[in-house]
Design a protein around this ligand. Sequence first.
Ligand SMILES: [Cu+2]
Length: 140
Amino acid sequence: MDSKERNWLFLLVGVFLVFNIITLSPLIPWQKWLLWSSPEPDQRFFLEYADYQIRMPPEGMEVKVGEYVEFVAESKDVTYGFGVFRQDGSMVFQMQVPPGRESNILWKFAEPGLYDVRSTEYSGPRHSEMYYPDAISVTQ
Ligand SMILES: [Cu+2]
């Protein structure tokens, strides 16, 4: 390796380090939330997936705007998805629900309303039945 190549290598390593230090630092507002805090959820909902059905809390899922809610999902057979949708059909968020492990997501709803739940991972012939309108109610 000649000195020109070495200089380029140092420059690349330097750019890599500076880029990562900046983007992972708490100076970036969303990283403060994503990496450097672990808020305790105000509520936790458990979802059980099996045989193309999602068993949700029988008392329903009621959330307040601005509170942290954790969704914990587990599949007993195949890989499903947990997708939350607005009334206009646009997606709020989704996560995969593979079998054999707990999947969880922490969320803070910004707007009140009723939200639908769908499986967002093709899981088999009855996948399209996995639609639960107005499953989550978010109030002010
Ligand atoms: Cu599915």
